[in-house]
Design a protein around this ligand. Structure first.
Ligand SMILES: [Fe+2]
Length: 506
């Protein structure tokens, strides 16, 4: 019942003598509280933590998502220069709406570059955890930029220990390449196989299909304290891969009504769960960042506009070589090419994306057609765009294959003697495929792919530093994820010289 008509109703009751002065006022106050959602919050609504993202020199997005309510909830937010909030720089109010899954996306502008801020939220007597965040360096800054690359975090396959280590690393930002959630129903022992036998925790509910399903799945993942710690420690630049929607989806494949509804629900829930501005509700997820003079950061979407995987996604057939293969789609491809031209002054042009750009002849002799290997004509156009613009500092970031890889991408990706056009670092998974091993598949893969210099089959993440003197990559591996508390070790370290694509062991 709307507050106005409820109030009239109470006053009418009062006139009939059923309620009197003080009682009526108390009832009115309770109604108003209820309308504001306050007295529905009997428990801490900040169980999903806080986050920040989209670091620009003068702006950031602050995020939280409330639990335990179905009503609109007014929330106060504060940003400060210190973690005790003695110097509060900004304060505001916003309403967590049911339509947004009770998420808040506070777009904070007018900030100073390369500055650390602290933030928190408050409602109905509850205080959120404190988040720390950092703006991007000023356009002319010469500062070295430090970031992590991570993704593929199947909840059932392991503990999110990698995120705890990322939380503790000194970073300017975190790039999440995707596979933030997995859409599958919980595995039961009778399903058989490795994953069912070794799962350490279980997806709640069935396979995610509806907005409610995806919201619940994101909430289950985001309740993890290690993941929350990483979000509370650094701003994130997020992208999605396939499992945020469904395995191996291809946005340019002929749509079915059922899939369009599913993708709409999935990407709405993804937006709600991420520190993204409101405009990104109906804007493509590909976008650009600039980190001082050193780094142009092109976040690509290799899912939403690609055509369907050739050959039904398996084996080999003539369709692999189709000359009009689309991975980014023509609009994003033109947008990338324009951005590469505009950022030619940057020492490093990072292609922050999801899937390996490198050629990978797999141990069984096959190619993975879900990656750029299934779209060689699109890869050739991208490499030609780098060559034409004489971009010497192209670095591709990727993930998705649950292996750590370092490779040089050549003009002919099969010929390690042809011109080197980009250097690629593929982060292994945070948990997907469980503990892994030190040797699985390694000798064969390196032998078949001379352009690949590193192969790791443990879980972990990659740390990077991009500066005037080089681009560094440190592959971090965890000895196990089946139990909590694993340390992380540096499995390999590489250096790239400015203007010269290619790997040097450091
Ligand atoms: Fe994955």
């Amino acid at each position: 019942m709307p507050v106005d008509s409820a109030a009239r109703h109470i006053l009418a009751l009062d006139r009939r003598g059923a309620l009197r002065g003080g009682m009526a006022l108390a009832a009115l106050a309770a109604l108003a509280r209820s309308a504001r959602g306050e007295d529905r919050l009997r428990e801490n609504p900040f169980t999903l933590g806080v986050a920040s993202g989209e670091p620009r020199p003068d702006s950031l997005v602050l995020w939280t998502r409330l639990t335990g309510t179905t009503s609109p909830v007014p929330v106060t937010w504060e940003a400060a220069g210190d973690d005790r909030f003695t110097r509060i720089l900004r304060r505001g109010e916003a309403t967590a709406e049911a339509d947004d899954g009770h998420s808040l996306h506070i777009e904070l502008g007018g900030l100073a570059p390369a500055s650390t801020y602290f933030y928190r939220f408050r409602t109905a007597g509850f205080l959120s955890p404190v988040g720390r965040t950092r703006t991007a360096p000023a356009p002319g800054s010469d500062a070295t930029f430090r970031f992590a690359n991570a993704g593929c975090q199947h909840f059932e396959h392991g503990h999110f220990t990698a995120w705890r280590h990322i939380a503790e690393a000194p970073l300017d930002t975190v790039f999440h390449y995707g596979d933030y959630i997995y859409e599958y129903r919980g595995l039961r022992p009778e399903d058989g196989g490795w994953a069912a036998r070794s799962r350490i925790r279980m997806h709640e509910g069935g396979e995610t299909l509806t907005l409610a399903d995806y919201r619940a799945r994101h909430a289950q993942y985001r309740a993890d304290p290690d993941l929350q710690a990483a979000h509370a420690a650094h701003p994130f630049i997020v992208s999605y891969d396939d499992h945020e929607v469904s395995n191996d989806w291809a946005g340019g494949a002929p749509p079915t009504a059922e899939f369009v509804l599913r993708r709409t629900a999935a990407l709405k829930a993804w937006w709600e769960a991420m520190p993204l501005p409101r405009a990104m509700l109906d804007r493509p997820a590909y976008r650009r960042f600039r980190f001082g003079r050193q780094v142009a950061f092109h976040v690509l979407d290799t899912r939403g506009y690609r055509d369907a995987q050739p050959c039904g996604g398996r084996g080999r057939c003539d369709a692999i070589e189709r000359p009009d293969a689309q991975m980014l789609g023509p609009v994003q491809e033109a947008w990338l090419n324009d951005g590469l031209t505009a950022a030619r002054d940057a020492t490093w042009q990072v292609l922050a994306q999801q899937i390996p750009l490198m050629r990978r002849h797999l141990a069984n002799g096959a190619l993975s057609l879900d990656k750029w290997d299934g779209y060689p004509a699109a890869r050739a156009r991208l490499l030609a765009a780098l060559a034409e613009r004489r971009i010497g500092g192209a670095v591709a970031l990727s993930g998705d294959v649950h292996r750590a890889l370092a490779a040089t991408v050549h003009a002919d990706p099969d010929d390690a003697g042809s011109t080197a056009l980009a250097t690629e670092f593929t982060a292994t998974s945070v948990t997907s495929e469980g503990d892994g091993s030190d040797s699985a598949g390694r000798p064969v893969l390196l032998e078949r792919n001379p352009h690949i210099q590193h192969f790791g089959a443990r879980r972990g993440f990659t740390l990077h530093e991009a500066g005037a003197r080089g681009f560094e990559a440190s592959f971090r591996a965890l000895p196990f994820v089946s139990r909590p508390g694993a340390p992380h070790v540096e499995e390999a370290r590489f250096h790239v010289e400015p203007g010269q694509p290619g790997l040097h062991r450091a």
